[in-house]
Design a protein around this ligand. Structure first.
Ligand SMILES: NC(=O)c1ccc[n+]([C@@H]2O[C@H](COP(=O)([O-])OP(=O)(O)OC[C@H]3O[C@@H](n4cnc5c(N)ncnc54)[C@H](O)[C@@H]3O)[C@@H](O)[C@H]2O)c1
Length: 324
């Protein structure tokens, strides 16, 4: 009999639930919000997955059920927790605590709980306490794994099915191996699997928590100098008269830690750089596709990041907006 799976929290968790159903797993999605259940969040990659699935397998409609009923998770072998953990300013464990607590009341003996939500450092210890308060022994009655997967808006499906690597943080080798085998089976059953098995690592939950948080320093973004944007907007106003939207920006990506190093180099400062582990992550990599702007407007940005930073820092110094 095929593994039965559940997903709690249907923001980015809805993409995961669709991927699991598409791969053929009986999937129960649970969310406390009736609005989310009526209208789960879908990005382009989820829409494309639905289109693909309805043309080929119809697995999503066949295998995915959504509800607010935790009881439906009582026969699940694997349940993934993807509930919210805060905003741009603060990471909180509150929703994960509630979800783990509610799940502990219904979890089948020996089931595996995989937490995907981004957690403040040290949360796995708190999760262990919640499980034990419910009279369950962690990694015996309920296996626990923290999975620091990087998911970006717009590519959620691919990020779940074809991740560059996967890591499993667990207090128990057995729990980690059970999650590892399951993930391997899941991605290789997906129609969208790219036939490359990602490297898979097992670590302590704390190392996995830290891996997710510090990965933010490796996140990549595109940066564009303001005059390039103004020039592009003027060209768009002159050349586009049917409301077509175009992206304006550099398509080149820079890792945040490299931008920090560049700013310090240009400014001539050598402070100690400290990573703030309390902050949540954002999309792994974000830069624009500017092919339409090149074609319709004959526009490309001209001032690269280093030049733009230099112009900005010089301007700030002239305005006395810096300390040196
Ligand atoms: N959005 C992303 O691209 C992204 C990427 C990587 C990681 N994450 C992480 O995944 C987690 C979820 O992010 P999101 O963007 O999907 O958040 P979200 O707020 O859009 O969705 C979370 C869902 O969880 C539901 N929920 C909250 N408490 C619940 C409970 N006790 N039981 C059942 N459902 C509950 C909410 O109703 C909501 O629909 C966060 O920790 C986030 O940091 C998000």
């Amino acid at each position: 009999m095929r593994t039965k799976v559940g997903v709690i929290g249907l923001g980015v968790g809805y993409a995961l639930a669709c991927c699991l159903a598409e791969a053929g797993y009986e999937t129960e999605g649970v969310d406390i919000s009736s609005q989310v259940l009526a209208n789960p969040r879908t990005d382009h990659s989820v829409m494309r997955l639905h289109e693909y699935d309805s043309a080929h397998r119809n697995n999503i409609s066949k295998h995915l059920r959504l509800s607010s009923d935790y009881e439906r998770l009582s026969d699940r072998d694997f349940t993934m927790i993807c509930v919210s953990t805060g905003d741009e300013k603060e990471l909180i464990i509150g929703h994960v605590r509630d979800a783990v607590d509610s799940y502990c009341h219904v979890a089948k003996s020996g089931a595996t709980m995989v937490v995907y939500s981004t957690l403040p450092f040290g949360s796995s210890r708190k999760i262990r306490q919640i499980v034990e308060k419910n009279g369950l022994t962690l990694d015996q009655d309920l296996l626990y794994v923290y999975m620091p997967l990087m998911i970006a808006q717009g590519t959620t499906v691919d990020d779940f099915v074809n991740p560059p690597f996967v890591a499993f943080g667990s207090y128990s080798q057995t729990s980690a191996e059970s999650a590892l085998l399951f993930y391997k089976e899941f991605i290789t059953s997906s129609s969208l699997w790219n036939k490359n098995l990602p490297p898979m690592f097992v670590s302590s939950p704390e190392t996995a928590e830290l891996a997710k948080l510090t990965a933010n320093a490796f996140r990549a973004r595109g940066f564009t100098y303001v005059t390039d944007i103004v020039e592009g907007q003027i060209l768009a106003a002159e050349k586009i008269d049917d409301g077509t939207a175009v992206n304006l920006g550099w398509d080149k990506r820079y890792k945040i830690r490299d931008v920090v190093a560049m700013i310090l180099d240009i400014a001539g400062h050598k402070p100690k750089v400290v990573y703030d582990r309390s902050k949540p992550e954002g999309p792994f990599s974000r830069a624009l596709d500017i092919s339409l702007a090149k074609r319709l407007l004959d526009w490309t940005p001209r001032i690269d990041l280093r030049q733009g930073l230099k112009l900005t820092i010089d301007w700030m110094r002239k305005q006395n907006l810096t300390s040196s």
